[in-house]
Each structure stands twice: as C-alpha cells, then as structure tokens.
Ligand binder design. Sequence first.
Ligand code: FES
Length: 107
Amino acid sequence: MTTITFIHSDNRSQSVEAADGDSLMLAALTHGVDGIVAECGGNAVCATCHVYVDEAWTAKLDPVSDDEDALLDGTAAERLPNSRLSCQIKVRPALAGLVVRIPDRQS
Ligand code: FES
C-alpha cells in the first residue's frame, strides 16, 4: 500500500492507502475520492480523470505517452505543464507521499 494525497479544488485534502499496481484513478474511485469521473474506466479515451501532479513529483513519474498527450489537449479544465491522466499513473512504493490536485471540473 502506498499513501497518495488528493487535494480537491476547494483545498480539502484526502489521503488514501492505494494498492500497488492499481492506477491512481482506480485508487481514487476505490476510496470515494470525488472529482475523478473516469468515464472510460481507465482505457485512456475520455480525459475525465485529469489531475495536476504536485511539481515535486512530476519528474518521478513515467513520461507522458503520445496517446495521453493527445487526450490532455482535450481536458475540461485548463491543461497545465503538470497535467496528467490519473488512469495512466501506476501506484508503486516509490510514489509514497505523492500529492495530486483535482481540477474543478472534468467535463
Ligand atoms: S479514465 Fe478515461 S482517460 Fe483516464
């Protein structure tokens, strides 16, 4: 289990113990974290699992794939340099303490 902290658009903070190997999106849904819609169920076609990764963590993640990059251009909330799709981030022990912000809208 790896501790991940989600920060909501109203600044509420919610930390969860995520199962290693799950996506960040699945960890959010499993723990009832609001604001991650994930319409496509993690198949990388909807962009409704958008998060902003805390700058301290962006370099520790795998690079953005071409498919993810294309989808990030269609997010409902503004795309920022630290935007990622949470379904494309795999939880692992090296990410213990990861902090991500949830945008104010996903559609
Ligand atoms: S859940 Fe659809 S792109 Fe991530």
